[in-house]
Design a protein around this ligand. Structure first.
Ligand SMILES: [Fe+2]
Ligand SMILES: [Fe+2]
Length: 202
C-alpha cells in the first residue's frame, strides 16, 4: 500500500488509517530537522537590526546556556521567534504552539507571552502600551517571562557577543522533539525551573 484508497475521509477504512498513522509517525520524527531549517531561513528575515533573526535566536539560546538554564529553556530561547517567518503578527503564539507538546508549561507560557512583555522596552516608541504585561502580574510565570525578556531576548541584538553556532544546539533540539508529546512528566504543570543557576557578568 503506497496510498490510501479513499478520496473522501469518510470513506477510509481501518487499513487506510493504520497506514496513515504509520506515515505520520515517520513524518513527526523529522520535526527537529524541519525546525532547524526554518530557523536558518530566519536569517533572511527582518533586516535592519545589527544582527539577523537567526543570530538573535542563537544569541538568546547561548545566553540561556551560559546562565545555566535547562534544556527546555535553551530550546525555547532558540525557537522563541520562529513564528516571525509565517506569523509576524502573532509570532509568539505560533512559536508557543510548536513547543507546547514537548517542553514544560512554564516555557510555553513565557514564549507565548514574550511579545507583550517585550513591549516594556520599546512600546513607547511604537505607540503601544509598554505596561500591557501588567495584566498578568498575578500569574505564576510573570517573573519568568519578565526575566526571559530582560536576560535573553531584549539583550540579544549584539553583533559582538560570542554566540554558539546552530550545530551546537542541534542535539538539544533533536532531544526535545523526540520526546513523547504532551507527557505530563515533561509538561510539569505549574512547576517552575530557574532561568539562571550561575552568575554571569554579561
Ligand atoms: Fe519575539
Ligand atoms: Fe526575540
Amino acid at each position: 500500500m503506497e496510498q490510501v484508497k479513499f478520496v473522501q475521509m469518510k470513506d477510509g477504512d481501518k487499513e487506510d488509517y493504520d497506514f496513515l498513522t504509520k506515515h505520520e509517525i515517520k513524518h513527526t520524527k523529522g520535526t527537529a530537522i524541519r525546525l532547524l531549517k526554518a530557523l536558518v531561513e530566519l536569517d533572511q528575515s527582518l533586516s535592519g537590526y545589527k544582527v539577523t533573526r537567526l543570530e538573535h535566536s542563537l544569541q538568546s539560546a547561548t545566553r540561556a546556556l551560559r546562565d545555566g538554564a535547562d534544556i527546555d529553556w535553551i530550546v525555547s530561547a532558540l525557537l522563541h521567534d520562529i513564528g516571525d517567518i509565517y506569523a509576524p503578527y502573532n509570532h509568539d503564539e505560533y512559536a508557543a504552539s510548536i513547543l507546547k507538546p514537548f517542553v514544560r508549561e512554564q516555557c510555553v507560557w513565557v514564549v507565548e507571552k514574550h511579545g507583550i512583555f517585550q513591549m516594556l522596552y520599546y512600546g513607547e516608541h511604537v505607540g503601544s502600551n509598554p505596561h500591557k504585561r501588567e495584566k498578568y502580574k498575578e500569574h505564576i510565570y510573570f517573573q519568568d517571562c519578565s526575566d526571559f525578556c530582560e536576560l535573553w531576548d531584549q539583550k540579544s541584538f549584539d553583533p559582538n557577543y560570542e554566540t554558539k553556532s546552530i550545530d551546537f544546539f542541534v542535539p538539544m533540539v533533536e532531544e526535545v522533539f523526540a520526546r513523547k508529546p504532551y507527557d505530563p512528566a515533561i509538561i510539569r504543570q505549574t512547576e517552575r525551573e530557574p532561568l539562571t543557576t550561575v552568575f554571569t557578568s554579561k
